[in-house]
Design a protein around this ligand. Structure first.
Ligand code: ATP
Ligand code: ATP
Ligand code: MG
Ligand code: MG
Ligand code: MG
Ligand code: MG
Length: 255
């Protein structure tokens, strides 16, 4: 870089925050004003499947672009990206990591919009915010992902009831009122008795959110009896709260 007498403005004023070593780095992005954005673009309520699949496609592109992302979890207008513990991505510089994640995700959202909404033009630019949090070990990373999935469950169960009531003729105010103070089992009962909906039969993507990771898949090598495995970026909707998923995918958060 050329040296000039003005170079001091960088040397003396610019400071970089490096994220602590030996920590998993999580970047969570969230759509800005997506309540309005979703109405403006006529998202189906409570869950527009096209919009969720678009989010999943953007997350898949993130794993393709940034090899140090080992896992991503998304629900509604948010996605969390987990970088491996030892990543040296942008020398762990916080502002670079957040800004690159947010801008890559946003650009892909824009580029792929037409694939998922062929009949809806974008009426305003979608944009996302981002934050970063460091977690010191696998337990806290798993608790982080559990926290997001529990949140997904609570919100989705509420929204499923809310929109069932609204679609049946209640005003939004009446629907909120009807759900005030109800517990999870009350909501399941309401769905079953008033709407003949078994909550557990709702699509897993709505109830569990989406996970993106590199899965080990067996390749069929021209009849070769020795099966090889390769990694393929996979989107699934499994439960992350119990031990099963992590027992079957130990390599994701392992060394
Ligand atoms: P990094 O990811 O580290 O920023 P970079 O390739 O973006 O790497 P920069 O130092 O930011 O490197 O330089 C941007 C480069 O982009 C320029 O060197 C030039 O080659 C190209 N570039 C940017 N804008 C223009 C433009 N308007 N016309 C032609 N080339 C451009
Ligand atoms: P903020 O800018 O503070 O994040 P927001 O309006 O984006 O505000 P959120 O709490 O992030 O608020 O909630 C996102 C909202 O976007 C949801 O409440 C819902 O209305 C809407 N939304 C996002 N994804 C979908 C989807 N797939 N289907 C239907 N609605 C969706
Ligand atoms: Mg550690
Ligand atoms: Mg939002
Ligand atoms: Mg949100
Ligand atoms: Mg550049």
């Amino acid at each position: 870089m050329a040296n000039s007498k003005y170079e001091y403005v960088k040397r003396e004023f610019e400071f970089h925050r490096h994220l602590p070593a030996s920590n998993w780095i999580v970047v969570r992005i969230d759509g800005c004003h997506f309540h309005r954005f979703s109405e403006l673009h006529a998202f189906e309520k409570p869950n527009d499947e096209r919009a969720l699949r678009l989010m999943n496609a953007c997350a898949t592109s993130m794993l393709e672009e940034f090899p140090d992302i080992v896992f991503a979890y998304g629900v509604s207008d948010e996605y969390s990206f987990v970088f491996r513990e030892k990543t040296e991505f942008y020398k762990r510089r916080e502002s670079k990591i957040i800004s690159v994640c947010v801008s890559h995700f946003t650009s892909v959202y824009d580029m792929k919009w037409k694939d998922f909404f062929p009949n809806n033009d974008l009426k305003e630019p979608p944009y996302f915010d981002g934050r970063v949090v460091c977690y010191p070990n696998i337990n806290t990373i798993r608790d982080y992902l559990t926290w997001r999935q529990v949140d997904c469950h609570i919100n989705n169960q509420y929204n499923t009831c809310f929109w069932a009531l609204v679609k049946s003729g209640k005003t939004e105010k009446e629907a909120h009122q009807a759900l005030k103070g109800t517990f999870s089992k009350d909501k399941n009962k309401l769905l079953l008795q008033q709407f003949q909906v078994n909550y557990n039969d709702e699509p897993a993507m709505f109830r569990k959110g989406s996970s993106v990771y590199r899965d080990k898949v067996k390749t069929d090598d021209c009849g070769n009896p020795i099966k090889r495995t390769r990694e393929a970026i996979t989107v699934s909707n499994f439960d992350l709260i119990g031990p099963e998923f992590w027992e079957n995918h130990q390599y994701i958060l392992g060394e």
